[in-house]
Design a protein around this ligand. Structure first.
Ligand SMILES: [Zn+2]
Length: 408
């Protein structure tokens, strides 16, 4: 089968600045850690596992980070080279898989937790917090936090992969492949919104309006009692979508402090040789990018005692505000098999899989519009696809994906 293969990790020093809009680090051929190869399709010889044929697989910010050397080598211990990237996956079963017959269209929860590895469930998995699994390096699979970072499973950027029943969510007939493709990022957004611990009427800032920020905005609106939600967006289509998905207002990056100061009655101070920040500000800020700038925007706009949620894979940042303003820093990674819902928003929804809650969100009009604008590429045009994903915001795209069935 054909697949894109990541065959080496890039140390951070290789990562340069983006030149001419290309993915940094991929610019020079010698540094490109990705190649198109003919590989043996993953074999399946354990109960609960099945082979799948990829229909479409998305490109996520974390993929671009790994491919351009911006990701911390921290993650090298929880992945195994060479691997086929791609963890946002819509596929069809080639084998029967327990209760699911061959041919069933599914989306993957990519986390490779205890159930997939054939080991006794760890404490986290036992309560459904599969994204916190501590056994992601052991069992019969090579280390890998997710499908798309593990040598043994294949990934969505290949024509076939293997997956475990516990990862599979059948797709409702009413959703087309591009809508189904958004279920994984929507599930992550559900988890983010629930991790944000929003209280009734809280003012929330979402820093970034790519797929992560847009879907977090929707999940905040639908699943939490958030009050005023301000979204930081750079591009016109992002502004429009953020408003459609529930933002109260949308602001350009350089206007954030001024707007938050006005809507919350905060004071702005201007230190020497340092960006200004607020005394006072929003109750909760979500960094939905993971860049230094985006995270610092979140830190500098949050009131003392407030909460900053790390939703993008984070870069280094000045953490002075976290100390001085006693901020709570909350990480949010992937999604859980059973999501906790807090306070008044719990009840009937508590204990449901993030993917099930995501299916409810996928019905939203603006999500359907985003699905309608998904741009797909055949595997052999991977450089073009990655460049497009890297510049997606500027080009008016929210999601770029591979369709390994295409050969054009
Ligand atoms: Zn586990």
């Amino acid at each position: 089968m054909l697949a894109l293969e990541m065959f080496r990790s890039l140390p951070r020093h290789v990562a340069g600045r983006a030149v001419g809009g290309r993915v940094p680090g991929l610019l020079s051929g010698f540094a490109a850690p990705l190649r198109l190869v003919t590989r043996e399709a993953p074999r399946v010889d354990r109960p609960g596992w099945a082979r799948l044929r990829t229909r479409v697989s998305g490109i996520c910010g974390s993929d671009l980070g790994a491919l351009s050397g911006r990701t911390s080598l921290y993650f090298s211990a929880v992945s195994s080279l060479p691997f086929v990237p791609g963890h946002e996956i819509v596929a069809e079963l080639l084998d029967d898989c327990e209760d699911l017959p061959a041919g069933t269209r599914v989306v993957l929860d990519p986390v490779l937790a205890c159930a997939t590895r054939g080991v006794e469930p760890c404490e986290a998995c036992r309560v459904g917090a599969t994204n916190r699994c501590s056994r992601i390096t052991v069992g019969h699979l090579a280390p890998g936090l997710q499908t798309g970072f593990c040598r043994d499973t294949g990934g969505g950027w290949g024509q076939q992969l293997a997956a475990h029943r516990s990862q599979l969510h059948p797709v409702a007939e009413g959703l087309d492949d591009h809508q189904a493709l958004l279920l994984e990022p929507l599930a992550c957004a559900v988890h983010t919104a629930l991790r944000a611990g929003v209280s009734s009427g809280d003012r929330v800032l979402v820093s970034g309006a790519g797929a992560v920020g847009l879907f977090a905005t929707l999940a905040l609106r639908e699943l939490t009692p958030a009050g005023h939600v301000t979204v930081v967006a750079k591009h016109p289509h992002q502004r429009e979508l953020a408003l459609a998905l529930g933002a109260t207002d949308v602001v350009a990056p350089r206007e954030v402090l001024r707007r938050v100061r006005r809507t919350t009655g905060a004071f702005q101070v201007s230190p020497q040789l340092h960006a200004p920040y607020l005394l006072g500000g929003v109750d909760v800020a979500i960094d939905a990018v993971g860049s230094r700038g985006s995270l610092e925007t979140a830190l500098q706009s949050t009131r003392a005692g407030g909460r900053v949620v790390l939703s993008g894979m984070p870069a280094a940042a000045d953490l002075s505000a976290a100390w001085f303003r006693e901020l709570e820093l909350v990480g949010t990674y992937a999604s859980a098999a059973r999501e906790p819902l807090h306070g008044a928003e719990g009840g009937a929804r508590a204990g449901r899989a993030a993917f099930d809650l995501a299916a409810d969100l996928a019905a939203h009009d603006a999500v359907a519009r985003i699905a309608g604008s998904v741009a797909t590429y055949p595997l052999h045009r991977w450089r073009e696809a990655l460049d497009h994903a890297h510049a997606a915001g500027r080009l008016g795209t929210v999601k770029v994906a591979f369709d390994p069935r295409r050969t054009d």
